[in-house]
Ligand binder design. Sequence first.
Ligand code: SF4
Ligand code: SF4
Length: 116
Amino acid sequence: MIRPAKMLTELLCSILKRPVTTKYPAQDKLMPAGFRGKIKYIPQNCIGCLMCVKDCPTGAIIIKKAGEKQFEAEIDLAKCIYCGQCVDSCPKKALEVTEEFELAQLERAKLIIVYK
Ligand code: SF4
Ligand code: SF4
């Protein structure tokens, strides 16, 4: 059991400290270093090697041929676990981790992002 004197000390300390919470969403949320949000695809860099597809643990990414040396990606945000493995596996830096985390949708289909 916490004694009243200790409780009072903790209360006074807490009053003098800055809050650890932020006024989200009114205030911009700064994500911590290394945060992994939505995956971004950069088609100009892609060579269609499919390393990302092979290494993705959940089958969330599909690479399709869109023309001569042109590719497009389909990323299923409902399947993605934001592990960043595809980004690490890509030899051409065609995939990036972003800080975007507000990804909720009311329809399942809207979670499938097609990058052309
Ligand atoms: S972040 Fe992980 S789960 Fe998401 S597409 Fe890349 S490898 Fe797959
Ligand atoms: S690993 Fe990179 S270059 Fe290879 S298919 Fe995937 S996105 Fe394209």
